[in-house]
Design a protein around this ligand. Structure first.
Ligand code: XIL
Length: 446
């Protein structure tokens, strides 16, 4: 496939450079039911291809590597999201009690902003990589130190983080679905919800995620997380997303996609947060399977790989990433790119709503101090339904050239053509979050 129609490139031609970063972050083209014709538009980078499905494609990065030119070339070309691999963890951000150090985390955020990439914050509360001083605390003293930590870090990065891993790895691998027996757990079983409430109060614009490993298929551990999320939703504990680390070996659970879907059905987004796969006969196909699973779940909003080159990986010697140690694309890279370019239809064949394909392309409009405009152009169908998802607390305040309806949360707008043409638009008020932009969740023609 030689043709490339990266939306980023297209826009750069006629927009001032100063706007480019913002536009890269907010340009979205999505295909609902993907048809062969759309594949002619296949993009040639992971980020652009994921953007064309309304999703991000990210990498974990290290501040210490930002002076490596091979690393930064791949980073800025291929990825639309970053996660600091270690720089926002508790030991890095609060090395002594009450003294905060944001130097490396800030470096990653400013690099991401200049590349137009969004940032996943990782991780506010975790039993591992706690600073020594916090390791020596327990009970109510540890509880208040944890809450103070969350409040400070989330406040520092307020408005700059797309999603936070608020709590990481809180469940045990005992096959019983128990909580991990950590000093944080010993502060009381409600420590997880206390952490989420503190994060929401500090940064109401960030999506708040629970993140864990060995939860990639349906098993006792993932079911325990599922039960917790269901309970949180029922009781109004603020949670928006669940991260599936997906540190995989030589196989992928057969129920990977249905596991993602059961969480999405609880009303949370799901994200693949730390993907890496042991190098072996199946590496490329496992990467493809994981990518297709995310694309088949409309609330799977993006994929992050845990590093760029094999030499950057924490899994020394396992070569689990998409680029080799010299920065060359591996077969696993091609497998992911091809899966992304096959769009959001997944490999399941049909199963849809009987609609035809269409493409919805976002063009950012005027930005004021308190609000901004967005235009969406639809191609491939003259009668269409486009679903647009907003990040709270942003709210759409007016629309034009379409008929809009809303879900109960008020964050998801379904816009139907009303005979006024191939484009519609809307005004969004920031309500305190100036960085989030609308996501196209689907485009269906009829
Ligand atoms: C790893 C980093 O990649 C290493 O550099 C560090 O030494 C240890 O932590 N689950 C997580 C990540 O949530 O934070 C871990 O990252 C990998 C496992």
């Amino acid at each position: 496939m030689t043709s490339s129609r990266s939306p980023h490139r297209r826009l750069r031609r006629y927009l001032p450079a100063v706007l480019t970063a913002a536009i890269v972050a907010s340009t979205v083209a999505a295909t609902g039911t993907v048809m062969a014709a759309n594949r002619a538009e296949a993009a040639t980078t992971l980020g652009a291809s994921a953007t064309a499905t309304g999703r991000y494609f990210g990498a974990a990065i290290a501040a210490s590597k930002l002076s490596d030119t091979t690393y930064t070339r791949i980073l800025s070309t291929e990825f639309t999201s970053v996660t600091p691999e270690n720089e926002m963890k508790w030991d890095a951000t609060e090395p002594s009690r009450g003294t905060f150090n944001y130097t490396s985390g800030d470096r990653i955020v400013s690099q991401a902003q200049s590349n137009g990439q969004q940032v996943r914050g990782h991780a506010l509360a975790w039993h591992s990589q706690m600073p020594g001083w916090a390791q020596s605390l327990s009970g109510s003293t540890l509880r208040s130190a944890m809450l103070n930590h969350i409040t400070n870090v989330a406040t520092h990065y307020k408005g700059k983080i797309y999603a936070w891993d608020v709590v990481n790895e809180a469940f045990a691998d005992d096959g019983q679905g128990s909580r991990r027996n950590s000093s944080l757990q010993q502060t009381g079983n409600d420590w997880i919800e206390a952490a989420f409430r503190a994060a929401r109060a500090a940064d109401p614009g960030a999506k708040l995620c629970y993140n864990d490993y060995n939860t990639d298929g349906v098993n006792a551990k993932s079911t325990a997380v599922y039960t917790m999320v269901k309970d949180f939703k029922a009781r109004g504990v603020p949670i928006d997303c669940v991260g599936f680390q997906s540190h995989l070996g030589t196989g992928v659970p057969g129920d990977y996609q249905s596991n993602l879907q059961r969480f999405a059905d609880l009303g949370v987004d799901v994200q693949i947060t730390e993907l890496d796969v042991a190098q072996g006969g199946n590496q490329a196909s496992i990467y493809g399977t994981v990518t297709k699973a995310c694309l088949a779940v409309s609330r799977c909003t993006g994929i992050t790989v845990w590093g760029i080159r094999d030499s950057d990986s924490w899994r020394t010697g396992e070569n689990p990433l998409l680029f080799d140690s010299s920065g060359n694309k591996k077969a696993a890279y091609t497998s992911v790119l091809n899966a992304l370019n096959a769009g959001s239809g997944g490999g399941g064949g049909g199963g849809g709503n009987g609609g035809t394909g269409c493409t919805a392309t976002v063009t950012p409009g005027t930005v004021w101090g308190d609000r901004y405009n967005t235009s969406v152009t639809v191609s491939g169908a003259s009668t269409w339904t486009v679903v647009v998802t907003m990040t709270a607390p942003q709210k759409i305040t007016s629309t034009w050239n379409g008929t809009a309806t809303w879900d109960a949360s008020g964050n998801v707008m379904t816009m139907k053509s009303n005979g006024s043409g191939a484009a519609f638009g809307f005004t969004t008020s920031f309500n305190g979050n100036t960085t989030a932009r609308p996501q196209i969740s689907s485009c269906t023609g009829s």
